[in-house]
Design a protein around this ligand. Structure first.
Ligand code: UFG
Length: 362
């Protein structure tokens, strides 16, 4: 029998057994991580989370359980702690793939504390890659970012566009991590990786049991919009209106977080089913549509019938003028497409914010 057929048969035997496939999600209580855990559980995977709760709350686990009826295995571990990770993987033998979200992600903070970012983001990836060999883990899905493109020369941006010099230590960690993965996989043909370059994930699970909850004052647009609409923040600052765009404000590709989470399930299945065409594959995850900051504010106000007081201020340092994805490769190769409209996504963000306020009142 041809090798490929053998693998296929082994896979079919494996999946038809009642044993669920075990997946480790690092950073699984975070924003994208928690939505991905839900989708993985709903697809029948057994999920193991490690997270040091540095930018998330243990309460998220209850939200996940409310949606799926299943509490994932969780341990409070910092992924930079090699010994603790090794112990965890020995205790939960049989994990087949890792989805590695655990990382620090605030651009401004990374400029102030570069070493924290290099340690958290780079060391934790190196640990996972080393431990994959020890624990016979086949594949790793890595959270990268469209930040690696900088300001692309051509829009929409495809995966083959050159990576530009990073504008922040955070952005640099994403480039370095992509390189580390490529070098490692090149040296070890047993390992596989899918690198996912996210555009701007927004919104919340439609149940409003999980969503985005940044610690302190939000850096990102949507949590600032929802908190301003809720009266928690007085006014949203729109950073710059003199960009070379139709309304002068920056343009991004805003993608629904549940759509994004679903792509991870497809990526894991693709690696485990040996469907990857190369040992490392890179996909853009975006909608293919760019929207300006003002368009987002106006749409949010319209669909949620709530005002977002805002004021135009100076440009924010380091912002890219405009970027949106060409998601054709992910659409065709993964059979994945962003489905939710921006209107429904902005409704889900507001529903989540209202839910949080209800909880705070109790
Ligand atoms: N913005 C405002 N006011 C705010 C916050 C943001 O006008 O209070 C504007 C920004 O200037 C930008 C747009 O809204 O034009 C989006 O800003 P975000 O901070 O929400 O997102 P970024 O595109 O700057 O960055 C995000 C993630 C990064 C990631 C990057 C690219 O925060 O982690 O996308 O992937 F690297």
């Amino acid at each position: 029998m041809e090798i490929k057929k053998k693998i296929k048969q082994a896979w079919n035997n494996f999946t038809s057994s009642n044993e669920p496939i075990k997946i480790l999600v690092t950073g699984g209580t975070g924003y994208i991580g928690s939505h991905t855990v839900v989708e993985l559980q709903q697809a029948g995977f057994e999920v193991f989370i490690v997270d040091n709760l540095s930018n998330s709350n243990i309460e998220v686990l209850n939200g996940i359980e409310k949606i799926t009826g299943k509490m994932p295995v969780f341990e409070n571990i910092d992924c930079t702690d090699y010994v603790a990770m090794d112990r965890f993987l020995s205790k939960h033998e049989g994990i087949q793939a890792i989805i590695h979200f655990a990382a620090s992600k605030a651009v401004g903070e990374s400029v102030e504390k570069p070493l924290l970012y290099y340690r958290n983001n780079v060391v934790s990836l190196i640990n996972q890659l080393e431990l994959m060999s020890t624990h016979h883990i086949k594949g790793i899905v890595f959270s990268s970012s469209c930040t690696v493109y900088g300001q692309p020369d051509q829009l929409p941006v495809t995966e083959s566009a050159p990576r530009k010099t990073a504008l922040s230590p955070y952005g640099n960690t994403k480039q370095i991590c992509e390189d580390i993965i490529m070098d490692t996989i090149y040296s070890n043909s047993q390992l596989k990786s899918i690198i996912l370059r996210y555009f701007n994930p927004i919104g919340a699970h439609p149940s409003a049991h999980i969503g985005e909850l940044p610690n302190g004052v939000p850096n990102n647009l949507i949590p600032f919009v929802t908190q301003t609409a809720a009266g928690i923040r007085e006014q949203l600052k729109v950073f710059g209106s003199d960009y070379n765009t139709p309304d002068g404000t920056c343009i991004r590709d805003y993608i629904n977080v549940v759509d994004l989470a679903k792509a991870h399930v497809i990526a894991v299945e693709r690696m485990l089913q040996e469907k990857t065409k190369k040992n490392v594959e890179i996909f853009n995850l975006g909608t293919g549509r760019g929207l300006s900051v003002m368009e987002i504010i106006k749409t949010f106000e319209k669909v949620n019938k709530v005002a977002v007081p805002h004021q135009i201020v100076d440009r924010r340092e380091g912002d890219i003028e405009q970027v949106w994805a060409d998601p054709t490769f992910a659409n065709e190769e993964l059979g994945w497409k962003a489905k939710e409209s921006v209107e429904d996504t902005l409704k889900s963000a507001w529903k989540w914010q209202k839910n949080l306020m209800k909880k705070a009142e109790k």
